[in-house]
Design a protein around this ligand. Structure first.
Ligand code: SAH
Length: 228
């Protein structure tokens, strides 16, 4: 019990720090960051660092993003109740749970849904388990596959987030599967350094993109990503 309260207290402090640094402003995102238990998405050895604002290793050479990056992407996407969301790069499942908490809050009469794609089978399976342990199994569907192809079966999406860095441009299938008026958040650039985070809006006859900041993500690997 003391242990659990400890996590909640640490999570509150992390949220306060993200608010004071202007990474968190929207009430729905703040609520989700306060609620989703990040420690339930981490391997045993990383649990004590769950509420430090830092990326952490989740196995298979992959990382869970730092909480300020999760917050920033949720805010940029203007996620709202009822949204249908596609995530490329499930990893631990934490970011998908955050999105689910915003688009399908408790007692929602109009719950949205998150579809999330992961190329590593082991990670897809452990993410499913993490999401189920944290209570998000009904609102997040984890699919094992190449996310650069999107998930046409459920398209179009209100919002798309890519949590691995794409080589220079947005994979065309993702552009196609975004609703008109929809938003897509993606890091692009080189495989290691020199990446930038963009927010892209799909208009009726064009895409508008805005550079937000420099970032560092693991590479997006797949048909429209970097080669394996
Ligand atoms: N959003 C995650 C962190 C993702 S790390 C979280 O909250 O934990 C990026 C993930 O993208 C890694 O797990 C990596 O295996 C995955 N990835 C890279 N290229 C991919 C692709 N083409 N399709 C699906 N997943 C991919």
């Amino acid at each position: 019990m003391v242990y659990l309260m400890d996590f909640e207290e640490k999570r509150k402090r992390l949220v306060e720090s993200l608010k004071s640094r202007d990474f968190l402003t929207k009430p729905s995102v703040i609520k989700a960051m306060l609620k989703v238990p990040r420690h339930k998405f981490l391997p045993e050895g990383a649990i004590s660092s769950a509420y430090i604002d830092s990326p952490l290793s989740i196995g298979m050479g992959q990382t869970i993003s730092a909480p300020h990056m999760n917050a920033m992407m949720c805010e940029l996407l203007e996620l709202k109740e009822g949204d249908k969301v596609l995530e490329v790069g499930t990893g631990s499942g934490y970011h998908a749970a955050l999105c689910a908490e915003i688009v399908a809050p408790e007692n929602s009469l109009n719950p949205g849904h998150v579809y999330t794609l992961e190329r590593h089978l082991e990670l897809a399976e452990s993410a499913r388990e993490n999401l189920s342990n944290a209570g998000y199994a009904n609102y997040v569907t984890v699919i094992h596959g190449d996310g650069t192809l999107g998930y046409p079966k459920e398209a179009p999406y209100d919002k798309i987030l890519v949590t691995a860095s794409s080589p220079k441009k947005v994979p065309p299938p993702l552009k196609k599967q975004l609703k008109i008026g929809g938003l897509l958040c993606i890091p692009t650039g080189s495989k290691e350094w020199g990446q930038d985070l963009y927010i892209v809006t799909k208009k009726k006859d064009k895409f508008e993109s805005k550079r937000i900041t420099g970032v560092r993500f693991v590479p997006l690997i797949g048909e429209w990503g970097f080669p394996e």
